[in-house]
Ligand binder design. Structure first.
Ligand code: PGA
Length: 249
């Protein structure tokens, strides 16, 4: 199988290892590819990885000078200056601290009047600058990757989605009022994710244990979107003990 799982008892070690995984593409000396295209994720899980990447950048070990980034998803209806937009998240955690030129940092345009049209534009950008060399993913408590909610066919490409109630509930912790959580998003599809050269899935905490076990141990099915990763030849999973709890020894 193409999925390799590594468990971490120290979450800080997981963050550092994740930054090293991405950092192979960004090394100031001998990066893996000359013009890396990175697929990036938001959420609580990768925050420590971004912190560690910023530290590697400050130490001069990595450079973003030749990189291009594509984020997985963005909420519909939030402008990039909204603090809960994923554009704002990325500026806060990575782009501003490393001085990344925003014209090479792509996210779906959640503020576009027509989300379907915005999804088509994002797909065209991916076709022009892709394929993504290295894709970082989190996993939802319901097994989603990006905002590909349960039931999404594996062939889907970038599209506008209605968010699952479970996802809105999980993400309400970031909003003042749960009613403020957007109901729609634009996400790269599972087909886009599977086109990446290699994939790193990060999972932290007991709330992810069941989704992670189903994703890795059940027959791939749209009911568990992350199970599609079993169809990819190069997937690495970094999980803390709590998230890996149901994976067996
Ligand atoms: P989280 O989100 O990192 O905030 O738990 C992960 C996800 O929903 O993909």
């Amino acid at each position: 199988m193409g999925v390799h799982v590594r468990r971490f008892s120290d979450p800080r070690e997981l963050d550092l290892a994740a930054a090293e995984w991405v950092g192979r593409y960004l090394r100031s000396a001998e990066p893996l590819v000359p013009e890396p295209v990175l697929g990036l994720a938001t959420g609580s899980t990768p925050e420590g990885m971004y912190q560690a990447l910023v530290a590697l950048h400050r130490a001069g070990e990595i450079t973003f000078a030749r990189a291009r980034t594509f984020n997985l998803d963005e909420y519909v209806g939030l402008t990039p200056d909204h603090p809960q937009s994923y554009a704002a998240y990325m500026r806060l955690h990575l782009f501003d601290p490393v001085g990344f030129p925003l014209e090479r940092a792509h996210l779906p345009d959640g503020a576009a009047p027509d989300p379907d049209e915005a999804a088509r534009r994002y797909e065209a950008l991916l076709a022009r600058f892709g394929p993504i060399h290295a894709q970082v993913l989190g996993i939802g408590t319901n097994g989603h990757i990006g905002f590909n909610e349960p039931g999404t066919p594996f062939e889907r490409r970038t599209h506008a989605v209605d968010l699952a109630e479970e996802t809105r509930r999980a993400n309400s912790r970031f909003f003042d009022d749960p009613a403020d959580v957007p109901t729609k998003a634009i996400t790269m599809g599972i087909a886009n994710i599977l086109e990446a050269g290699e994939i790193l899935l990060l999972a932290k905490g007991a709330a992810k244990a069941q989704a992670l076990a189903r994703a890795l141990q059940e027959k791939p099915s749209p009911e568990v979107p992350a199970s599609a990763l079993q169809l990819h030849p190069r997937v690495t999973v970094y999980a803390d003990e709590e998230a890996a709890r149901l994976l067996g020894p």
